[in-house]
Design a protein around this ligand. Structure first.
Ligand SMILES: Nc1nc2c(ncn2[C@@H]2O[C@H](COP(=O)(O)OP(=O)(O)OP(=O)(O)O)[C@@H](O)[C@H]2O)c(=O)[nH]1
Ligand SMILES: [Mg+2]
Length: 221
């Protein structure tokens, strides 16, 4: 019982800071994406291949969340866009307080979109709101088609699923049929884009969705 109360308290405290962040983002006219996946599903690679196609239309900044190292921020910095690395030093997810600190290092008057790459984990990041307009979950085919059924929360709360590493499909036992069948039950509204981030294939529909979200504020898509 005590444990449940503590958890509720932590999430409530997080939601309070997330509300302040939401107001700040609205005042500045900034849209926010919270990118979630298990370690290594391809979040940073997706950003490396998506951002160059976005920066002629939108001013993009990235907040990188990792347990340790600035390696992902170093990769994103090569795109010559603003990036802030949060090292959680052990925590398995980002929370709104960490994001509040990170946004203070960004020039919010000169940004249209902030993409937050969460810590690699399919469980905890799903429940900590970061004032995002949309959660985007990345699943790679190498992880197996049973993941939505086994870790449903993130797939329920996300608006988009990037099914990545499609180039590895012939070498895996990932069943597209099982995957889509489970999603019909878990979240029939989830938009799925099949891509290979590293090969730069299938990204057009995902980028189109992103542009739609920028224009419509995520309400219509
Ligand atoms: N074959 C294949 N490999 C990929 C693809 N996308 C990413 N990778 C590889 O997968 C590994 C992990 O990619 P990252 O982009 O670092 O994954 P991540 O989700 O950001 O990882 P964390 O930040 O550690 O959680 C790297 O070796 C990438 O080169 C893809 O579409 N196909
Ligand atoms: Mg990464």
């Amino acid at each position: 019982m005590t444990q449940i109360k503590l958890e509720t308290g932590i999430l409530k405290a997080n939601d309070d800071v997330a509300s302040q962040l939401k107001q700040l983002f609205q005042e500045k006219g900034i849209k926010v994406i919270n990118l979630i996946s298990s370690p290594g599903a391809g979040k940073t690679t997706l950003l490396e291949h998506s951002i160059p196609k976005l920066i002629n239309k939108f001013r993009v900044g990235v907040i990188e969340g990792d347990v340790l190292t600035t390696r992902d921020a170093d990769r994103i910095a090569k795109l010559n866009i603003p990036v802030v690395q949060i090292e959680t030093k052990g925590a398995c997810h980002l929370d709104a307080n960490m994001v509040m600190k990170a946004v203070k290092q960004l020039d919010l008057d000169n940004l249209d979109l902030i993409i937050i790459e969460n810590v690699g984990n399919l469980v905890c990041p799903a429940v900590f709101e970061l004032a995002e307009d949309a959660k985007v979950v990345v699943l790679s085919v190498a992880e197996g088609s049973d993941k939505p059924a086994k870790y449903p929360t993130v797939f329920t709360r996300a608006k988009v699923c990037i099914l990545n590493k499609m180039d590895l499909l012939p070498y895996s036992n990932f069943s597209l049929d099982d995957f889509y069948e489970d999603l019909k039950r878990i979240n029939p509204r989830l938009k799925v884009f099949e891509v290979s981030a590293i090969k730069d294939t299938g990204l057009e529909s995902w980028l189109e969705w992103l542009e739609g979200m920028m224009v419509n504020g995520g309400k219509k898509n």
